[in-house]
Design a protein around this ligand. Structure first.
Ligand SMILES: C[S@@+](CC[C@H](N)C(=O)[O-])C[C@H]1O[C@@H](n2cnc3c(N)ncnc32)[C@H](O)[C@@H]1O
Length: 303
C-alpha cells in the first residue's frame, strides 16, 4: 500500500485517488482538506518543480503537520488556514485563477479524533467541543445545552440518520435541567440511558450507540453539509477544462450530496463521471486501514 513516509500516515484510497485524478507535471492541485498531507504528498510527487500544490484546512494544528510533511516537495506549496467554502477567495489571494485537480477528503482526521481534548470521540472523555476550526464560536456543548428538543432531534436525524433521535433528545433535555452537559463521557452515558444500554462496549451491535449522535453534532458544529454544498457549487467555475474533482465521503448524507451534484452537472454537460458507481477500498486496504471501510470516492471531469 502507498504510504507517505515522513508522517507514517496512510491516506484512504491512495492508488485510486492518484490514478483517477491524473495529476500532470506543472498542474495546479488543490487539496481542500489537506489534513496530515497524506494525499497531498502523493499528488505532489506527480507535480514537478513547475507545479503548485494548494492545501487548505480549517485546523491550524493539522496545517503545521502538513507543512512538515510537504517540506521536501519540489512543487510550490501554499498552505492556507481556510474553509473550503472560501476556496474562490483563497485562490484569488494566491493569484491562481484555475485549478487542474481538486480533492476533498471529508470529515475529521485521526489526530482530531484521537485527541480527547478536542471532544470528537465517544471513546475518550473530554470537553464537548468538536470544533475543527478554533475560529468557530459554537461548540457541541452549546448545541446540546441550548437547542430546543425538536431542533436537537433534527440535528441527529438529518445529519446522521439517528433513528432514536427523539428519545436521545428528550433524555438530554431532561438531564440538562439539573446542570450543563459539558463532557463527552457524560453525553455517552445519557445516550446509553436513553437507549437502555448498560454497557455500550459489550453489545454486539455493529457501531457504538453514541456514533450517530456524535456525528450529527459534529456536522452541525462545523456546518459540514453547508460547506460541502458551497464547495460543490463553486467547483465548476474553478476547474480548468479537463480538470478533475474527487470527493471522498464517509457516510451516506455526504455521499448523497456529492452523487446528486455530480449527476446534475452531468445532465447539464458540465461534468463527465469517471465511474458509474463510487470507488470503495479493496479487501487488503479495508483490512489494513479500518477508516477506509466506509470511504466512497467519486470523481468527475470538467468538460
Ligand atoms: C479526513 S482529514 C484529511 C486527511 C488528508 N486527506 C490526509 O491524507 O492526511 C479531513 C481534514 O479536513 C479538514 N476539514 C474538514 N472540513 C473542512 C472544510 N470545510 N474546509 C477545510 N478543511 C476542512 C479537517 O480539519 C481535517 O484536517
Amino acid at each position: 500500500m502507498l504510504e507517505v513516509e515522513s508522517s507514517g500516515h496512510t491516506p484512504v484510497l491512495p492508488r485510486q485517488v492518484c490514478d483517477l485524478l491524473g495529476v500532470r507535471c506543472g498542474d495546479v492541485v488543490v487539496d481542500a482538506t489537506v489534513g496530515l498531507a497524506g494525499h497531498a504528498a502523493l499528488l505532489a510527487q506527480q507535480l514537478g518543480p513547475e507545479g503548485v500544490l494548494v492545501g487548505l484546512d480549517v485546523d491550524p494544528a493539522n496545517l503545521a503537520i502538513a507543512k512538515e510533511t510537504l517540506a521536501a516537495c519540489e512543487a510550490r506549496v501554499e498552505l492556507v488556514h481556510a474553509n473550503f467554502a472560501e476556496l474562490p477567495d483563497a485562490l484569488a489571494e494566491l493569484n491562481l485563477p484555475r485549478v487542474d485537480v481538486l480533492l476533498a477528503d471529508l470529515g475529521v482526521s485521526s489526530t482530531q479524533l484521537d485527541d480527547g481534548a478536542r471532544g470528537f470521540s465517544f471513546q475518550h472523555d473530554g470537553p464537548l467541543d468538536m470544533r475543527m476550526d478554533p475560529r468557530l464560536k459554537v461548540t457541541a456543548s452549546d448545541l446540546v445545552n441550548g437547542l430546543k428538543e425538536n431542533d436537537l432531534s433534527d440535528v441527529l436525524y438529518r445529519n446522521a440518520q439517528e433513528f432514536a433521535s427523539r428519545r436521545i433528545a428528550k433524555r438530554i433535555c431532561n438531564v440538562r435541567r439539573d446542570g450543563r452537559i459539558t463532557t463527552t463521557g457524560r453525553l455517552v452515558r445519557i445516550i446509553c440511558d436513553a437507549l437502555h444500554i448498560a454497557d455500550p462496549n459489550s453489545r454486539r451491535s455493529r457501531i457504538h450507540p453514541a456514533t450517530r449522535t456524535f456525528l450529527g453534532l459534529r456536522m452541525a458544529v462545523n456546518e459540514e453539509i453547508a460547506n460541502l454544498a458551497a464547495l460543490l457549487k463553486q467547483a465548476p467555475s474553478l476547474l480548468a477544462p479537463d480538470g478533475r474533482i474527487g470527493i471522498i465521503a464517509f457516510h451516506s448524507v455526504e455521499d448523497r450530496a456529492v452523487k446528486i451534484d455530480f449527476r446534475e452537472r452531468k445532465k447539464e454537460e458540465i461534468y463527465q463521471l469517471t465511474n458509474k458507481r463510487p470507488i470503495v477500498a479493496e479487501a487488503d486496504e479495508r483490512a489494513a486501514n479500518p477508516r477506509s471501510r466506509s470511504a466512497k470516492l467519486r470523481v468527475a471531469v470538467r468538460l
